[in-house]
Write a protein that binds this ligand. Structure first.
Ligand SMILES: *Cc1c(COP(=O)(O)O)cnc(C)c1O
Length: 368
């Protein structure tokens, strides 16, 4: 028997979340962001449930090829654009739309030979200071692109740094509107947080929204709001089983470094899951976990292959009992990936993306 650990991808949850985001988009078209192998869920595994998107957005050219190989004929957008001139040949061949965020990418396009003009997303740096042309350079880039026979339509795009937090989007939205006021073309601004939190502002929705994390069921603005608040369902469950039980006396310790000491007699379960499976080692004593669908806590340090859990709230649990590290237990109890991430000082995004290759993954799809 293989180790009992397993990840489950819930196709029904992906469909539900996409539907939820489509409602928020109020008619704007929806890019399903599937970069980083669909945030760790697997592009091939998530594809069928996400067919309802208007296009797939990602940034790795090989991932774009994988989406085409699945038979997708709709739009695919490269969120970072091309990295070198020959990438443009793949864009022509697979008809990939691509972001243009710097003058070097305009230069590459000007030298590219193609019979099919490219659809480009011209990116403005409105304050995130990562990718994008400065407001002062946007007009020149737009005019150059507009004059190129290699270019078809130009969509104007920007990305928010604080859609999930107290700074919000107002300042960046003002920069974007100011810089693009008299330029024609479609607009694309919103990630998950902007779409959920500012869905009432038509300028934020624009013509294309770009949700990623919310499609996978994580709340982009946790802990201010949780996924239930946004009516999002977990698309990934990481589950395993207890493979051992220890009875501790007061004063006994658990795991490497003896970082947890029992203050009273205590039953401790050993779970077949560790940091080599993608469970964050930074999650210390007290990280929430479900045993047989009952909420309890981890104890001591996370090992490479094992974690210890407190069995006091689940007296009937023993070897073979179901453990839910995040996601949904068989009984239906949900432990959000956001809560676990927070206990480890990180965000749900990182945990999804870090699911280790050694963990077997199954797709659960009642529609198949
Ligand atoms: C990753 C990404 C998104 C999606 O962000 P979420 O926070 O996951 O919704 C949208 N736009 C761009 C440019 C991105 O890189």
């Amino acid at each position: 028997m293989p180790r009992p650990i397993q990840a489950t991808i819930h196709a029904q949850a992906l469909r539900h979340n996409l539907e939820r985001l489509r409602r928020a988009a109020q008619g704007a078209r929806v890019w399903g962001v599937v970069k980083a192998n669909a945030y760790g869920h697997g592009i091939e595994r998530a594809f069928d449930a996400l067919r309802g998107v208007d296009g797939f957005a990602l940034l790795d050219l090989q991932e774009a090829e994988r989406v085409r190989a699945l038979g997708w004929r709709g739009p695919i957008l490269l969120l970072e654009g091309v990295f070198e001139p020959r990438d443009l040949e793949l864009c022509s061949r697979l008809s990939l739309w691509h972001t243009v965020h710097c003058t070097e990418q305009v230069d590459m396009l000007a030298l590219h030979k193609t019979h099919v003009p490219h659809r480009v997303f011209l990116k403005l740096n409105s304050g995130m200071n990562r990718l994008g042309l400065p407001p002062s350079g946007l007009r020149t880039a737009w005019s150059r692109l507009n004059a190129l026979p290699q270019v078809d339509e130009i969509t104007l795009m920007t990305h928010f740094s604080d859609a999930d937090g107290p700074r919000g989007i107002a300042a960046q939205l003002a920069v974007f509107e100011d810089a693009t006021r008299d330029l024609p073309g479609e607009r694309s601004l919103a990630n998950s947080a902007a779409l959920l939190r500012f869905a009432d502002v038509p300028a934020v929705r624009g013509d294309w929204v770009r949700p990623g994390i919310a499609m996978y069921g994580s709340a982009p603005d946790h802990p201010e709001h949780d996924s239930a608040h946004w009516d999002l369902q977990p698309a990934m469950t990481l589950s395993s089983r207890l493979i051992g039980v220890q009875r501790l006396a007061a004063g006994d310790t658990v795991g490497y470094g003896s970082s947890f000491t029992a203050s009273a007699p205590l039953r401790v379960g050993t779970v077949a899951c560790g940091y080599a499976d993608g469970y964050p080692r930074h999650c210390g004593t007290g990280t929430p976990v479900l045993v047989d669908g009952v909420r309890t806590r981890t104890l001591g340090r996370v090992s490479m292959d094992m974690i210890a859990v407190d069995l006091e709230p689940v007296p009937a649990a023993g070897p073979g009992s179901e453990v839910t590290l995040w996601g949904r237990s068989r009984s239906g109890t949900v432990l959000t990936i956001d809560e676990v991430a927070r206990a480890g000082g990180t965000i749900g995004y990182e945990l999804m993306c870090a699911l280790a290759p050694r963990v077997p993954v199954v797709v659960e799809d009642p529609d198949l």
